[in-house]
Design a protein around this ligand. Structure first.
Ligand code: 2DT
Length: 214
């Protein structure tokens, strides 16, 4: 009987808006590929689907939605990619995600709406795989606000971002690696590689894929 190929790793980048996640995701994917690792980058929200288009309209302030409804849309936007994620990981592709369920929980929890607690938000996504590694890029909301283009999207407000940081802190577990996002792109990239490469190896060596929040 043929043995299954080594699985890919699920690597997630999280952090506040404009902290440089997207740049670092691209760079680590290129580095992994240059080492012969099959790796792809995805972003959540995935704005290319019809659910993603509704999310995009909300984020760019072209529509208003109830907090529970937009939360569900973000969740659905991940669930619609669940099968493809599992298939790619099982086939040996490492997925590098620019945001995932951790953002989903943290941003909604930061709204402090009573019926959208952290526990309730978590419960909606237990069928999704957990990250092998969460790279949490941390930077003060004031520092990110000084970056170009800040304030164009709905959640880009210093006070709200500070609450998002607090919510992320409540989600942190042993799979998280905190990276100071205030350095140069290359210096941050080296710190990122130092945590991502071992996580990819652990997955290749058979570490099981977990389920969210287990
Ligand atoms: P970017 O595309 O610039 O990362 O901004 N968000 C994201 C949520 O509120 N819930 C989620 O589940 C996800 C994935 C974070 C996307 C914005 O949407 C927020 C910032």
């Amino acid at each position: 009987m043929a043995t299954a190929p080594p699985r890919g790793a699920l690597i997630v980048f999280e952090g506040g808006d404009r902290c440089g996640k997207t740049t670092q995701c691209s760079k680590i994917v290129e580095r992994l590929k240059s080492q012969g690792v099959d790796a792809v980058m995805w972003r959540f929200p995935d704005r290319s689907t019809s659910i993603g288009a509704a999310i995009n309209a909300y984020l760019s302030n072209q529509s208003q939605l109830d907090d529970a409804v937009i939360h569900m849309l973000f969740v659905a936007n991940r669930l619609e990619k669940r099968e493809e994620m599992l298939r790619l990981l099982a086939g040996g592709t490492t997925l590098v995600l620019d945001r995932y369920s951790y953002s989903g929980v943290a941003y909604t929890a930061a709204k402090a709406v009573a019926h959208l607690s952290i526990d309730y938000c978590k419960s909606l996504e237990v069928v999704l795989p957990a990250a092998d590694l969460v790279v949490h890029m941390s930077m003060s909301p004031e520092a990110t606000a000084a970056r170009g283009g800040y304030g164009e999207e709905r959640y880009e407000k210093v006070e709200f971002q500070a609450r998002v940081m607090e919510a992320f802190a409540q989600l942190r577990d042993e799979r998280w690696a905190a990276i100071d996002a205030a350095g140069t792109i290359d210096a941050i990239h080296e710190q990122v590689a130092a945590v991502v490469e071992p996580a990819v190896r652990r997955a290749q060596e058979g570490a099981p894929l977990g389920r969210l929040w287990d």
